[in-house]
Design a protein around this ligand. Structure first.
Ligand SMILES: Cc1cc2nc3c(=O)[nH]c(=O)nc-3n(C[C@H](O)[C@H](O)[C@H](O)COP(=O)(O)O)c2cc1C
Length: 382
């Protein structure tokens, strides 16, 4: 796979600015924002960027290998596409575009329960290589039905989300009356009319819907009914009793996402889970929480080797991925960066961002004289 990126958009800020110009304001603000006053959203990236690497210029060196083994699969790079809900609202077809780019580049794509492409469609695109992120269903028969569909579609990894016990307080979304499909208020209609390419593509592609959940929903639900359906269907809060039966039933790997403490890491190990993603949902849930990189440090110190440790939240660039791995994470995930790229560049966006991130990470590794991703830890300046 060639790493080809569009030289007009080499920086993540180029993509973010272009995305802002191309999609309606309610969609951009849903993607871009954090919760409350965005304190943790900001800290995630600024505190990650305090991590510094040492370059060893005079060592012998034969090149950088980005390949990284995870759960028995050798990926071409140590990063993947984090689950994002309502993707089709941000850009039509975006989960399909990203899943295709991810499988072509041999990196993992994680499908959200509440996005706009179905379990089966994404499995087809990724040839059974995508991971699935589960919002915990309140009803065990619904949970079992989803698990059965995942098994039939050959998903190797199930990601259980722990950090949405209650829905984040997001001022922009509240102000915009965010809903799916978008509510046709005068304000939203004006925002859509100002973005004709988004409007036409959305019209052609069809109104976005919760594709995976369709079989469980009555047809033609109003937004209010849809909200009631979601509240009734999912019990966001996870605990030991809810995780245990999933561990017993699911034969593949299980990853707990949204871990911020040693206590939750310890429980994940006790319950026989295979990995954790240290994450604060990209600063969208707990504004008074720690940045992900700060949460990572004691977890790596005390639990590395006992469970696979991954991280997301605040990672935007190749140097950011290098900082995350140097700090002891074994794999990185990014949410917004991928979506900025697809919103900015459409079909081309998936390949563009993955190629650019690979190129940037390789350059960092060559610069510091690091042979493979596991060795980045040796370059951490403590
Ligand atoms: C618009 C948006 C929607 C998201 N939806 C989900 C979701 O449905 N499920 C989930 O597990 N995480 C969701 N996340 C969190 C991401 O998986 C990931 O943790 C986060 O984006 C990482 O931070 P970053 O955006 O700074 O890279 C969402 C994030 C964003 C930005």
């Amino acid at each position: 796979m060639k790493w080809e990126y569009n030289s007009k958009y080499p920086a993540i800020d180029d993509l973010r600015s272009k995305a802002k110009r191309k999609i309606p304001r309610f969609a951009f603000e849903y993607l871009d924002g954090g919760c409350n006053e965005d304190v943790n959203l900001y800290k995630n990236t600024t505190e990650l960027r305090e991590v510094e690497l040492a370059p060893y210029y005079l060592n012998n060196y034969s090149g950088a290998d980005l390949k990284t083994e995870l759960f028995g699969h050798v990926y071409d790079a140590p990063f993947g596409v984090a689950p994002v809900g309502l993707q089709g609202l941000i850009w039509p077809n975006s989960p399909e575009i990203l899943a295709k780019a991810a499988v072509t580049h041999n990196i993992p794509f994680v499908l959200s329960t509440v996005t706009t492409a179905s379990i089966e469609r994404i499995s087809e695109i990724t040839e059974g290589k995508a991971w699935y992120q589960l919002y915990h269903p309140a009803d065990s028969s619904l949970r079992d039905d989803i698990l059965k569909r995942l098994e039939a579609a050959k998903y190797p990894v199930l990601v259980l989300l722990s950090d949405v016990p209650s829905f984040g307080y997001r001022p922009r979304d509240i102000r915009n009356g965010l809903a799916m499909p978008p509510r046709m208020t005068l304000q939203n209609i004006l925002q859509i009319m100002a973005r004709p390419e988004w409007a036409i593509k959305t019209l052609i592609h069809g109104t976005p819907n919760f594709a995976t959940l369709k079989p469980y929903m009555e047809k033609g639900l109003s937004m209010k009914q849809l909200g009631l359906f979601m509240n009734k269907t999912f019990s966001g809060r996870l605990n030991e009793e809810r995780i245990k039966p999933i561990r017993d039933k699911w034969k593949g790997k299980i990853v707990l996402k949204g871990v911020a403490t040693e206590a939750d890491t310890e429980l994940a190990i006790k319950l026989g889970l295979d990995g954790i993603i240290v994450s604060n949902h990209g600063g969208r849930q707990l504004d008074a929480g720690q940045s992900a990189i700060k949460s990572l440090e004691p977890i790596v110190k005390n639990y590395k080797g006992k469970i696979k440790i991954m991280m997301d939240s605040g990672i935007r660039t190749g140097p950011d991925i290098a900082r995350t791995l140097a700090s002891g994470a074994e794999f990185a995930f990014l949410g917004r960066s991928f979506m900025y790229s697809v919103a900015a560049l459409g079909n081309e966006g998936g390949n563009h961002i993955i190629s650019s991130l690979k190129t940037q990470l390789k350059q960092v590794m060559e610069q510091v004289c690091c042979a493979n991703t596991a060795e980045l830890e040796k370059h951490l300046i403590r």
